[in-house]
Write a protein that binds this ligand. Structure first.
Ligand SMILES: [Mg+2]
Length: 241
């Protein structure tokens, strides 16, 4: 698996590929408490080197503030593409502020959701609202939460995204795939690595790229890699320079 990816990368490396890397589940392991997800020293080293040798973007569902806190200042596509940090400049999607205040209002009601569903955790992502199901073991209750969040989405004309242990309200019409397209240099190849359904959107909209799915799950990516091999691949990229 890793060898196939390396072969594919060797073919395009001379054309200055842009790198698009997901954070959770790709650069750091998935954790039950999303609040604490700091990069370790090895990862900080890898990111610094990659960013020096390549044009690199971290593409995440997390907020910009979270990610800057965890890894420092790099080019970032945050909140699945609601907000970008490019060359230290913050670029917001139109309507971003309106959705931030909508999410603030919804977040004020969090006691209500938490009382309704014991063990549900709610996080305000400023521009998105995350419902974390990691502590809810009962499948029926999980399904009920998902249905409930879908109703909130419909009432407020937002998109809903169901991922591993999470349900999320998102600004409509935004996804990682379209966001990556916006910052891509079409004359250059791209390498896109991610582990989740949101990354499938990135693979779908950028099907000319070297696309790599981390871990299990249905994928349209050209390659698949184990989580433990991701850093090996990134170190390989560094060593090519
Ligand atoms: Mg991920």
């Amino acid at each position: 698996m890793l060898d196939d990816i390396i072969n594919n990368i060797n073919d395009i490396i001379g054309d200055e590929p842009q790198l698009f890397l997901d954070y959770d589940g790709t650069l750091v392991p998935l954790v039950n408490n999303p609040v604490i997800c700091y990069a370790d020293n090895e990862l900080l080293y890898i990111l610094e080197k990659l960013n020096y040798h390549y044009e690199m973007f971290i593409v995440t569902g997390r907020s910009l503030e979270d990610l800057i806190k965890f890894i420092g200042n790099y080019n970032m596509i945050a909140l699945h593409g609601d907000i970008y940090l490019i060359d230290d400049k913050v670029i917001k999607t139109p309507d971003f502020d309106r959705y931030v205040s909508l999410c603030n209002d919804l977040y004020k009601n969090r006691e209500y959701y938490i009382n309704k569903f014991k063990n549900l955790r709610v996080y305000n992502k400023t521009g998105g609202l995350l419902f974390h199901l990691g502590d809810i073991k009962d499948e029926t209750e999980r399904d009920y939460v998902i249905k409930y969040v879908k109703n909130i989405a419909e009432e407020n004309s937002m998109d809903v995204y169901v991922g591993i242990n999470i349900v999320e309200l998102r600004i409509p019409g935004i996804n990682k795939g379209k966001a990556i397209m916006k910052v891509r240099n079409k004359k250059r190849p791209a390498i896109i690595i991610g582990d989740d359904i949101t990354d499938e959107e990135a693979f779908y909209y950028n099907n000319d790229a070297v696309t790599v799915r981390v871990g299990n799950g249905k994928t349209i990516a050209k390659h698949r890699i184990k989580y433990d091999d991701v850093r090996k691949l990134l170190l390989y990229l560094i060593n090519l320079r």
